[in-house]
Design a protein around this ligand. Structure first.
Ligand SMILES: C[S@@+](CC[C@H](N)C(=O)[O-])C[C@H]1O[C@@H](n2cnc3c(N)ncnc32)[C@H](O)[C@@H]1O
Length: 248
């Protein structure tokens, strides 16, 4: 599908408007009563690994939406701890219900998953270098196509610089999107921030890559015939800047 700039803008605005979610009065009370919702994430900065029942690798999903991904990922990987973050309580309310449903269906307890509300653009307030994270998932983040908004992209260098602080050396970011421009520009952001691209496909569903958990947006876009772009970026150690000679 090829769009000119104006059509593309209209399409994107349309998508953004349709992603707006109706107020759900039940979402907050249900979250506040939940064992696996964290109400004050900033209070756990540097201590996230201790908040789970077992000490095991920590994977974080940024912009978890309705929780289709995190519910499956957490259930299928009991040896990993998952922290899912979204800015909207409505989304997190649905995610909470989704996680409960998947675990209840299998008579299991969601001990390896936590949900919390935070603006990822201020993630430095809730995570630091002590929250050693092995993997970050970014699934279908908003493309923010207008130049003045690009800094808000969850893959923008401004955000990647923050993620580097809590992602371990060799840790990975798994990034999926429907959006060609976001994908191409994110490749540049990753390289600029010291990430090496370990895997890349422009057609995930025909790539043979496994395992893949299909998210809500992934299903919506692939049903429209849009190919899903996916990459794994690995954090490399940045060369040390030479120290300044105080005399010179
Ligand atoms: C397009 S949806 C994708 C949802 C899900 N990951 C999927 O693949 O279906 C983007 C999600 O990111 C969340 N989001 C967008 N900007 C955010 C930010 N700055 N901080 C936290 N969450 C954000 C939105 O509330 C929304 O749930």
């Amino acid at each position: 599908m090829v769009y000119n700039k104006m059509e593309y803008q209209l399409k994107t605005d349309w998508k953004d408007n349709n992603m707006r979610i109706r107020h759900k009065p039940w979402a907050r009370p249900e979250l506040e009563a939940s064992q696996f919702f964290v109400q004050d994430p900033d209070a756990f900065k540097g201590k996230w690994r201790e908040q789970f029942a077992k000490e095991q690798p920590l994977y974080i999903e940024l912009g978890c939406g309705k929780g289709g991904f995190i519910s499956q990922a957490a259930y299928l990987n009991p040896n990993v701890n998952f922290l899912a973050i979204d800015i909207k309580f409505e989304m997190l309310g649905l995610a909470r219900r989704n996680v409960s449903k998947v675990f209840e269906e299998h008579n299991a307890e969601p001990k390896n998953v936590l949900l919390t509300a935070h603006n990822i653009e201020r993630i430095d307030l809730m995570l630091d270098e002590n929250d050693k994270t092995e993997r970050i998932y970014i699934n279908f983040c908003n493309p923010w196509p207008r130049p003045k908004h690009k800094k808000r992209r969850l893959t923008h260098t401004r955000q990647l610089t923050n993620y580097r602080k809590f992602l371990v050396d060799g840790g990975e970011i798994h990034f999926k999107t429907d959006d060609d421009e976001l994908f191409a520009e994110s490749l540049v952001y990753f390289k600029e921030c010291g990430f090496e691209i370990k895997y890349i496909t422009y057609d995930l569903h025909n790539s043979g890559y496994e395992p893949n958990i299909v998210t809500e947006h992934e299903k919506m876009f692939s049903d429209e015939g849009i190919k899903i772009k996916f990459l794994i970026a690995q954090k490399t150690v940045l060369p040390q800047k030479p120290e300044q000679d105080p005399q010179g």
